[in-house]
Write a protein that binds this ligand. Structure first.
Ligand code: KMT
Ligand code: NI
Length: 179
């Protein structure tokens, strides 16, 4: 089951859980209405997994690589971590499959409130084009994840405000339609 919740307003270390009090959990249906898709897979067999292959085929996720985010493995670690946590959007889907370790994807809901999604081993998530979001490691400071892409990857992140992009307009129209 996905673990997601509304965040508190505290600006201390982003790697802490930041659960709102009282707790406001978020379920799969709420995420789906934001265009966020989630699957639980068996990460031990990621190299040959018919379930993963099916998702990749159905959603045209032809491209993939594996990124390990930790101080020792990621060049320019500090800088990248900072960039990941800046609120931004992309013009295409962002797709991540956690193979080891864990981290948090934060996404804005339709009222612009932060929802925090805990991603651990076996969690695959798709963030729609045009959604404002950010990523942080948690207190383990380690994640190994597969990055997937439909076609040739484009990594450009547009920091907020980025409302003039067509992808943003389309996303807002999608939100209205699922409201
Ligand atoms: C991104 O784009 O935010 C990243 O690749 C980091 C998260 S991967 C678990
Ligand atoms: Ni992103």
């Amino acid at each position: 089951m996905v673990q997601a919740w509304y965040m508190d307003d505290s600006d201390d270390d982003p790697r802490r859980p930041h659960r709102a009090e009282p707790d406001r959990p978020v379920d799969l249906e709420q995420l789906r209405r934001l265009g966020v898709l989630y699957w639980k897979l068996d990460a031990d067999k990621f190299e040959s997994d018919p379930e993963l292959e099916k998702i990749r085929r159905e959603r045209s996720y032809s491209w993939m690589d594996i990124i390990t985010i930790s101080r020792d493995t990621l060049p320019n670690y500090e800088e990248k971590i900072k960039t990941f946590y800046e609120e931004h959007l992309h013009l295409d889907e962002e797709i991540r499959y956690v193979l080891e370790g864990s981290g948090y994807f934060d996404v804005r809901d339709a009222e612009d409130k932060w929802i925090r999604i805990f991603m651990e081993k076996g969690d695959l998530i798709t963030l729609p084009a045009g959604i404002y979001h950010r990523f942080t490691l948690d207190e383990q400071n380690y994640v190994k994840a597969m990055r997937l892409f439909a076609g040739e990857p484009k990594w450009t992140a547009y920091n907020r405000p980025a409302d003039h992009f067509e992808a943003r307009g389309r996303y807002l129209a999608f939100l209205l339609q699922t409201a």
